[in-house]
Ligand binder design. Sequence first.
Ligand SMILES: O=c1ccn([C@@H]2O[C@H](COP(=O)(O)OP(=O)(O)O[C@H]3O[C@H](CO)[C@@H](O)[C@H](O)[C@H]3O)[C@@H](O)[C@H]2O)c(=O)[nH]1
Ligand SMILES: [Mn+2]
Length: 733
Amino acid sequence: MAPLKNNSVGGTTLHTCQTCRRTIPYRIYAVIHIFGIVALMYHHVHSLLTADKTLITSLLLLSDVVLAFMWATSAALRCNPVHRSEYPERYVAKPVEDFPKLDVFICTADPYKEPPIMVANTALSVMAYDYPSDKISVYVSDDGGSSLTFFALMEAAKFSKHWLPFCKRNNIQDRSPEVYFSSKSHSWSDEAQNLKVMYEDMKCRVEHVVESGKVEAEFITCDEYRGVFDLWTHKFTRHDHATIIQVLQNSETDMDETKDYTMPNLIYVSREKSKVSPHHFKAGALNTLLRVSAVLTNSPVILTLDCDMYSNDPTTPIRALCYLTDTQIKSTLGFVQFPQKFQGISKNDIYACEYKRLFDINMVGFDGLMGPNHVGTGCFFNRRVFYGPPSSLIFSDIDELSPNQTAHKSINAKDVLELAHNVAGCVYEHNTNWGSKIGFRYGSLVEDYYTGYKLHCEGWRSVFCSPKRAAFCGDVPKSLIDVVSQQKRWAIGLLEVSLSKYSPITYGVKSMGLLTGVGYCQYAFWAFWSIPLIIYGLLPQLALLYGVSIFPKASDSWFWLYIVLFMGAYTQDLLDFVLEGGTSGGWWNDQRMWMIRGFTSFFFGFIEFTLKTLNLSTHGFNLTSKTNDDAEQSKRYEQEIFDFGNSSSMFLPMTIAAVVNLIAFVWGLYGLFAWGERLVLELMLASFAVVNCLPIYEAMVLRKDDGKLPKNICFLAGIFAFAFIVAGYFALK
Ligand SMILES: O=c1ccn([C@@H]2O[C@H](COP(=O)(O)OP(=O)(O)O[C@H]3O[C@H](CO)[C@@H](O)[C@H](O)[C@H]3O)[C@@H](O)[C@H]2O)c(=O)[nH]1
Ligand SMILES: [Mn+2]
């Protein structure tokens, strides 16, 4: 039996940690695989020195070096995977005064891609936590600077006065009203029925306002806020406007309708924007919230959420506290990360949007080392973590922002709000440590990864908390172009880290040790997957077409080395997947998407990153859309039919590779008789690719719906494939 570690707080065990049973066999296999890799490298170097196919061998060597490195990064994360459990019911036994204050940050940036009613639901779901309400403050950062979002939150505040007591009295589990009212599984009480009507009304108003694009005077029912809407003058644009901070609900004064419950704070924040000051996207928004909340409430615990990530379990904060209040680990524990879970994923997760490796498998691996990396949402932070290493506090520019300060004034006090406006200004960060040494870190489009990484480098630790009932649920893109575009943004952001002076391979390994540092490399060098994928996706196929053998033939003993390494790596990937609760169907789609990403997100990410580095273009944070009005498209997603219906050039390289593989496969089958066992490996590879590409062929020729591959892409792919094969003649013959 694996060792079980107990951690107790004041005599009660609040959490335990258990090493996974797969650890020992994984370590043994790692040794075998390493020998295999060394042998393969020897084989390549040997043929480089003796044979005359220098170009081909160098390309193969390059691919295999990348593959071996990527394997090593996952091996690092397989060295000590752990599973944790926590016991929130034991925490609740403590007196109420012991609950620390909690600030919740919710980010939104565009009322059309992120519907305000969704933002309102997310806010409501956390406001209704099973936690002393007067200790919760919810801050919504609106980078879209939209009165529509403000309106939705104003409505949410009103509705919460009915919703919170209802949830608490009836111990409702789904505290996002949208989720609760769309569930078919319960019979409605009268009270619930009334609330449902109230919710539908509110939703209707919010959606109407969004549709009409403005908040008409008759919709503003709270006189208090009438003046606030006047701030949205005709000069106001989302890229250029003054700060708006508005307390929509105040725990000092607001009670529910029955006067039994205190309401939590709800604060709307839209930071100042100006075309001449960089705003650093989400990282900038979060840093503004860090400062504004420091002035208003300065809670020691902070939860960050994306606006689509609603709370799915009201006990979540207590779970996080099981770790954050543990005196044995508290002084270096920076954050408690929950996995990202998603709603409405198709049965076998056709676009691999669950990101099992990212959000489950690797997290468990990191957890046995320094702790999981930060994934942007669903994370409880110790406020102190943003102000320098555990051992040396970096003081902020003004005392009010210090993490040790208690905010004792009313959040509606004039001077408090004045200061809050001041720290939300767009020039506030000039010549300060914000973004470099304190707060969320700037310089990468994946601010979450980068910030978590820098915190670990400073010596902070983290904990992965993954309860059975998902703590948070969010949205994933449900069309292929959205999926690959999102991951292109990630790939670019990761390149910004891997090719900087803070690269995990150098700086990271030095500061965090070998295993964690190398583990971080798997993400950092994500885009590098495209190198072996493209080479293996095209080179052996050309070889097959021209009857040139580039791999050992079947009677050669080196042949078996290839088989063992391939099977070993794939089997272990499948095992990881299944052991962390996945299905084999899901795994198949996951590995297919990995290939697709190699030819789309990673490839184009590389190109865009290079253009940006050469100052030839700029890239921003392209928000993922959380709406889908296309019923046909949703249906295809449900039925797991690939959706290419967008003539994006992103799909071109992938289609070219699919065509080349098909031609090579057919030719290779025919050639099997002519060449015998000489090209077996090449043929096996092409057939594996062809099986993976089946949906692409189908989308090229068989389908008639809007999701098929556009004609121009097919046509261009044909031409390029032809040109490529002709060019191959000169390279190979
Ligand atoms: O200028 C911006 C841009 C984005 N956001 C917010 O950032 C969040 C994430 O944006 P989304 O379009 O959903 O990106 P995803 O790729 O789905 O997000 C993943 O990747 C991001 C980094 O690229 C992380 O920040 C996220 O937490 C992580 O879930 C959303 O709440 C946005 O409102 C802002 O507040 N300001
Ligand atoms: Mn998202």
